[in-house]
Design a protein around this ligand. Structure first.
Ligand code: FES
Length: 94
């Protein structure tokens, strides 16, 4: 059985920890993503990535591989951000 619950807390920057994972809030092309702060290549910090708004990609600071918006969309945690408060929807498998 699958259930969902919201976890709500305050964040002080675009990086925070959630379920022992380092998370990042990243805005690109008027979209905001809440994703694990980990590049698809070798786990580089996407929170430090360079944004290429035209190509809609984040360029990882470690090896300069592009992480496109479509990839970020797949990794996005459903969430709601209001000011410095964030609500993340979690899936719980019972
Ligand atoms: S870890 Fe991101 S490009 Fe290698």
């Amino acid at each position: 059985m699958i259930k969902y619950k919201y976890t709500e807390f305050y964040i002080q920057s675009n990086i925070f920890f959630f379920n022992q994972k380092r998370m990042a809030v990243i805005s690109i092309k008027n979209k905001t993503f809440v994703i694990e702060d980990k590049c698809k290549h070798r786990g580089g910090p996407l929170s430090l990535a360079k944004k290429d708004e035209l190509a809609e990609v984040l360029i990882c600071p470690w090896h300069q591989i592009s992480n496109c918006v479509l990839h970020l969309n797949k990794k996005n945690y459903p969430s709601l951000i209001i000011g410095n408060k964030i609500k993340i929807l979690e899936k719980i498998v019972i």
